[in-house]
Structure formats: structure tokens, C-alpha cells
Design a binder for this molecule. Structure first.
Ligand code: BG6
Ligand code: MG
Length: 208
């Protein structure tokens, strides 16, 4: 029986995956390089610095660690410009109902995100109060597909991993959840992900 639900943030609860894509695309353009939506799939769920390194690698560029930091900071400032337009209620369809129903059913709820902006975004869209634990990019050392973020979530909730179910929109996240010994539901309307236990188009489709 499922006792806890762990949500990824970007692309599952909020429509920010598209902002990450836009900001990375803008950065790539500055580097005289472009990448496709298919390549972007590989950036989903991956930490800021690892995403930058993938892009630099695709662009065939090597930069100093100071320059890496500058580029990552620049991307984040553009990302935050896009995020600044978000307001209370700006969540993906089905989010509030699902969180509410899980609460009513006595399930524990955690966030398992790679983002260092997670807390800010949860508060901006007004759903932070639903979470019993928030594990984000500030507290995790190993990026998805490593299971650390989800194992830390289960630990914080005091629920064994095999009683947790994860909602993910990224292959790295699905692999992380499986590696943690959890069930994983892919939120994947384009049907591009693999190795999940179930697939949904959006959170509206979820029934307890
Ligand atoms: C993940 C996103 O949730 O967070 C990635 O899917 C992003 O695209 C990562 O790179 C880190 O986010 P941030 O906000 O700390 O740059
Ligand atoms: Mg995501």
C-alpha cells in the first residue's frame, strides 16, 4: 500500500520545464550553438551545473571553472526572469486537487527536485504548505539519476522506499526513483519516457 507520494517539481507540478528550456536555449545561442527539444530531454531533472556541462560538451566548448560559474549564474538569472511572471494558482492541471485528496487520504507528501529554486517556486504558486518534506537542489549532493533525492525524501517522511510512489517527467528522475526502490508514474504526454510503472498525460488523470 502506498503511504507517501514524492513529486518532482519542474514539469510535474508547475510548467517551468519550458522556462528551463528557453533559458538554456538563450545561453546556447550566446555560445553560438543551438540544441533541439530532443536533446533538451537529456537536461530534464539534471542539476544546473551538470546541464551546463552537457551543453558545453555538445557545443564542443571547454571553459574555466570561473566561466562555468558565470554561465550557470547567467542562465539562472534569465530563468528567474521567466519565473517572476508566475503567481498563485500557476500550477499544472490537476495539481491542487491531487495534493488536497492525498492530504485528505492521510498520505505523506514530499518534494524531490533537483532545483535550487524549488522553495521559491512552491511559495510563488501557493502550494508549499502541502509538503511534509522538501528535498531540493540545495540539500542533495548527487544529481538524478542517482536516487539520493528520493531516498532523502522517504527518510524525512519516515516511510520505507517501497511504500513511496514518485511522479516524474524526466528520464533521469524515473531512473532515480527506480534506483531508490520506488514505484514511479511518468507524467509524459508525448510518450517519450521509458521504464516507469505507469504513464499519465497529466495529474488530472490520477485517482487515488
Ligand atoms: C530540475 C529541472 O528540476 O532542476 C532541470 O528539470 C534543472 O531542468 C534542475 O536544471 C536544476 O534547477 P535550478 O532551478 O536549480 O537551476
Ligand atoms: Mg521535472
Amino acid at each position: 500500500k502506498v503511504e507517501a507520494v514524492i513529486f518532482d517539481l519542474d514539469g510535474v507540478l508547475v510548467d517551468t520545464a519550458v522556462y528551463h528550456f528557453q533559458a538554456w536555449k538563450r545561453l546556447a545561442k550566446e555560445l553560438g550553438f543551438d540544441f533541439t527539444e530532443t536533446e533538451n530531454e537529456r537536461l530534464k531533472g539534471v542539476s544546473r551545473i551538470d546541464s551546463l556541462r552537457l551543453i558545453l560538451n555538445w557545443a564542443g566548448r571547454a571553459v574555466s571553472s570561473e566561466e562555468e560559474t558565470r554561465l550557470a549564474t547567467l542562465k539562472n538569472s534569465w530563468y528567474l526572469e521567466l519565473v517572476s511572471t508566475m503567481k498563485v494558482g500557476d500550477v499544472l492541471p490537476g495539481t491542487e486537487d491531487l495534493l488536497l485528496n492525498l492530504k485528505k487520504a492521510g498520505k505523506k507528501i514530499a518534494l524531490g527536485s533537483a532545483s535550487k529554486n524549488a522553495q521559491l517556486i512552491l511559495e510563488k504558486v501557493g502550494i508549499a504548505h502541502y509538503f511534509d518534506a522538501i528535498i531540493d537542489g540545495n540539500g542533495v549532493r548527487q544529481s538524478k539519476p542517482h536516487p539520493e533525492v528520493f531516498l532523502r525524501g522517504a527518510e524525512a517522511l519516515r516511510i520505507p522506499p517501497d511504500k513511496c510512489v514518485v511522479f516524474e517527467d524526466a528520464q533521469a528522475g524515473i531512473d532515480a526513483a527506480k534506483a531508490a526502490g520506488m514505484k514511479v508514474i511518468a507524467v509524459d504526454s508525448y510518450n517519450v519516457l521509458n521504464d516507469y510503472d505507469a504513464r499519465i498525460n497529466n495529474l488530472i488523470e490520477v485517482t487515488l
